[in-house]
Design a protein around this ligand. Sequence first.
Ligand SMILES: NC(=O)c1ccc[n+]([C@@H]2O[C@H](COP(=O)([O-])OP(=O)(O)OC[C@H]3O[C@@H](n4cnc5c(N)ncnc54)[C@H](O)[C@@H]3O)[C@@H](O)[C@H]2O)c1
Length: 337
Amino acid sequence: MKKLKVGVVGVGRIGRVHLHNLVRGIPEADVVAVTDPRQEQARELARQYDISAVSPDYDAMVGDSRIDAVVLCSPTSQHASQIRQAARAGKHIFCEKPIDLSLPVIQDALDEVDRYEVQFMVGFNRRFDPGFSKAKERIEAGEIGDPHLLRITSRDPGPPPPEYIAESGGLFLDMTIHDFDIARYVVSSEVVEVYANAAVLVDPRIGELGDVDTAVVTLSFENGALGLIDNSRKACYGYDQRLEVFGSRGMVQVDNHRRDSTLFSDKAGAHLAPPLNFFMDRYAEAYAIEMAAFVKALTTGSSLPVTGEDGLRAVKIALAAKKSAAERRPVSLSEIA
Ligand SMILES: NC(=O)c1ccc[n+]([C@@H]2O[C@H](COP(=O)([O-])OP(=O)(O)OC[C@H]3O[C@@H](n4cnc5c(N)ncnc54)[C@H](O)[C@@H]3O)[C@@H](O)[C@H]2O)c1
């Protein structure tokens, strides 16, 4: 079997997760190079994972004729130009979310993907979480009837550093974007209107950067269903990730994952272990399944499970939420160009 030759671009928080899964968990993939402007970090990871090449920069990586596909884990600001460059070099692309913060820039990059007929997938890992996948399967099978209400609670254990926030596009484009994608995915309908309310309650420095850290977003779907997402950048008890879809014939719920499920009771009350600490732990399985799905599609010629269009639509919802919170009114998706 011909292995997929992969280059990993950016080996920060998420790049390391994908690198680890590609090297340790996916025999059909062969990571032939990594690149990161933090050269020492890239060299250290290459040593650790026994990767033969550290490309001096991205140009060198896309110029490497051995590479079939790039996995873009660089900061969001770099994605669009790296996509265009990879497409022109005939490399398939896995790109972390969000593709970019601007719809025309995303469209431009996706046009280049189409023009050069390369394959493209966005990193919406939650779709591959076994709990969320199962919920989707039950909804698709009609087990809850018509979906009426969606509730998502998505709270981080702590905010990222200010320098990350400054580049991230803000809460809706950086964090809630996962919730917008999973909302479209499980309800199987497009969002038509967004009403967002947001505040700075966790850290005033986030407000000074022009961002928010707490939000409530209501969604209206094309099929008539209604959704509610609540977000916080800081849940003191850990990474709080819950989902519920309620329909005419039943309800499906996905709860937090804990280190163990033992319920201990004493005079003070009943105690459960806190939720798994953060995305690297909570979604470890999802990241592994996601990357395996990318490699499998490219090695078997099947279609990729998350498309550029999915990436674009989630950004569109996020931009609507940002506008809604700023203007304190419901915003129709048709207003967002
Ligand atoms: N799917 C998820 O759950 C998830 C989780 C975290 C981050 N992300 C996304 O992944 C991307 C990276 O986030 P992160 O948290 O890993 O950030 P990070 O800052 O930890 O890592 C980014 C890495 O990219 C490197 N880099 C900078 N410019 C580069 C360039 N031009 N080419 C190659 N590498 C470059 C940096 O030196 C750094 O090592 C962001 O788009 C973020 O939104 C997704």
